[in-house]
Write a protein that binds this ligand. Structure first.
Ligand code: DC
Length: 221
């Protein structure tokens, strides 16, 4: 097996560094990058535009059935919602929170998982999210649970969001979102059997990437 044929799955809480790590790995290995959270965010944006709220998961699932959610070219790939590039619009705390609420509904998850598994079936890719090591790709060649303390994750996210929000508010929102993602009844965020747990708090991104590359080399050796 070649490195570019691997399926690499990374789960972890908000702000753990999953997308930064996934982007670098995708570039280094020349494989596709599947940001499953972006798909949930795309649905949240469509739901918000339709006037839906966090309790409207069943209606959101209906919307999802007629929604095109594709990744455009580029690294990181753009998220296209019915052909519209919404990559910038989905990166807010509000949309992240709505995505988290809607993702607790089994009807939403089933359809997302179906689409994501079809993408994984095409071969070599890196995917990241909250259920990719447990449900979407439990047989991935490399499985990682990437985490860091709440304080560190909130600090990073606050920098990412710029002046838009105070650190304490970001921390509170992330804590709330983690709680929902970890405690939902439908495929909660958890460490999958066989997943390597990596704490990114005191590890530069390059070293996180290097550790995952080592796991990849072991699989292909
Ligand atoms: O990774 P993110 O912050 O873009 O994800 C937004 C929300 O989407 C997250 O809080 C929960 C949901 N999600 C999920 O339930 N399963 C995934 N595989 C990815 C994201």
């Amino acid at each position: 097996m070649q490195l570019n044929e691997l399926v690499i799955a990374i789960d972890g809480p908000a702000g753990a560094g999953k997308s930064t790590v996934a982007k670098q790995l995708a570039q280094t290995l020349g494989i596709r990058y599947l940001d499953t959270g972006a798909m949930y965010r795309g649905l949240a944006l469509a739901a918000q535009r339709a006037g839906l709220g966090p309790q409207d998961g069943e209606r959101a699932a209906e919307i999802l059935h007629n929604l095109e959610l594709d990744f455009g070219p580029g690294t990181p790939p753009r998220l296209m919602l019915n052909g519209e590039d919404v990559s910038g619009l989905i990166r807010t705390l509000e949309i992240g929170d709505l995505a988290s609420s809607l993702s607790t509904f089994p009807q939403v998850r089933q359809e997302m998982v179906r689409r994501q598994q079809a993408m994984v079936a095409k071969g070599g890719c890196i995917l990241e999210g909250r259920d990719v090591t447990t449900v979407v790709a439990p047989n991935a060649h490399v499985k990682v649970y990437l985490t860091a303390s709440l304080e560190e994750r909130a600090r990073r996210r606050a920098i990412e969001l710029g002046q838009e929000m105070e650190y304490l508010e970001v921390r509170q929102q992330i804590e709330h979102r983690d709680h929902r993602d970890i405690n939902r009844s439908e495929s909660p965020l958890t460490v999958a059997p066989g997943a390597a747990v990596i704490d990114s708090a005191n590890l530069p991104i390059d070293q996180v990437v290097e550790r995952i590359l080592e796991l990849c080399r072991k699989v292909t050796a």
